[in-house]
Ligand binder design. Sequence first.
Ligand SMILES: [Zn+2]
Ligand SMILES: [Zn+2]
Length: 351
Amino acid sequence: MKGTMCGLVKETSAPGKFVYRTDLPIPQINDDEVLIKIHCTAVCGTDLHIMEWDQWSQARVKTPLIPGHETAGDIVEVGKNVRDRKVGDRVSCETHIPCGTCWFCKNGLPHICKNVRLFGATENGAFAEYAKIPAKNTFLLDDDIAYETACLFEPMGAGVHGVESAEVAGKTVLVSGCGPIGLTAVSACKTFGAKLVIACDLVDERLQTAREMGADAAINSGKCQLQEEVLKLTNGVGVDAAIDITGAGTAIQSSLRCVRAAGKLVCVGLPSRNVELDLTNDLIYREVELTGVSGRKIWDTWSDFAKVMKGPYYKLEHVMGNRFALKDFDKALEQIENGVPGKMILYPGER
Ligand SMILES: [Zn+2]
Ligand SMILES: [Zn+2]
């Protein structure tokens, strides 16, 4: 497709805001790519890091860049090698663009490809009217999943991935941290048949929301001894699995102690510094399994998440924030900086 489009651009490799432009060329696709007319895109912490030009961005991002990656829209053009996508398909996008040739890609682990490219970070993304991406990176949306909901696959998917790793069916599970990703994990645990879901957080309002999204018990770990409460709820045994969303060292340490012997701790949240664990007593003697998850399994996590979204526990209003025109990005930013909860959604064009 020829012509120009509007979009946000990170123009220079230095801290500074995105610039709204109306003269950007519409991306030209190659034979394996599709062109997507963007319906809406959610704002992610990563976008803010790119704006602030933190170390992560300095190491990866080449300017000028169109950021934005949590998106959904309609395919308007397909490359000539593309067989399983067509014009008019409603899609969302997997941010991790795997190389397809490394050991991980060849062994069913493309989500941790060692040469991964990142839509909206190493490649131009979706804060624009149009975006291009390999057809293989698009996820077809069922008719009953709204574009706005579809923007959540990418950011909240890690929570669902954590639940997959914990293999929760029939089990007792602790979910530590009840922000949007933790709440997604709570409802995923229930959707996939966990016997008992215990949510913990330091904020009572979040715990109330966790109950509404399926938690059988909700504990304010700032106001009581988490391990004691968990033991009470599990006949003195401890939970079969714990999922840490917080990335906080003390929370990870106490989750590990809440897991029963021969249970499993899955880490989803990213600690900002090293975490000290008593491996001898808390892990080795008790034969506890400790693992991490990164991103989303392609496409298992996506199809599992679609089931969660359609299930009885997922409450969109608790994870969704406000809506803005793309050109009003700064207004969305202001709300994020003021702590307004939920995902902010941007729409290209006038609104
Ligand atoms: Zn993101
Ligand atoms: Zn690879």
